[in-house]
Design a binder for this molecule. Sequence first.
Ligand code: 5GP
Ligand code: ZN
Length: 138
Amino acid sequence: MDDCIFCKIIKGDIPADVVYRDERFLAFLDIRPINRGHVLVIPLVHAERLTDLPDDLLAAELPLARRIASAVLEVTGATDFNLFNTNGVEAGQEVFHHHIHIIPRHAGDGLTFNLNPVSYNEGEASELAGRIGNVMTS
Ligand code: 5GP
Ligand code: ZN
């Protein structure tokens, strides 16, 4: 994708602080880190969302993210981390090349998801669970 900033990083047209590269994935520091050591893991092939990735690539991505997260924790001294993935504008996606955020966490670092949970009406949760389940098995 010519206008994709992450494809440009893959090609070396834009510099990045690379932490890992193999034949399928690239990992580099986020330019606007939530905490020091915030890493992005991306597939070398351009895919907009998680749902656009083939199963084998997706299956390889999580073990890699786990390995990188362990290295991030070792180097930053953080004990905890979040994996985060955005799919679409309403989910906060800004770069439309699938990526997983690895974010080391520290006590009092201020990151919150500001969750404001909604409530189910009587019977709504079981009905919704059933409908989703039906799609899964259809
Ligand atoms: P999103 O909101 O799409 O899940 O996250 C995109 C991330 O990419 C953001 O955290 C942003 O800081 C990072 N980012 C955007 N442009 C660049 C860039 O040119 N270089 C690097 N290293 N990170 C970038
Ligand atoms: Zn791309």
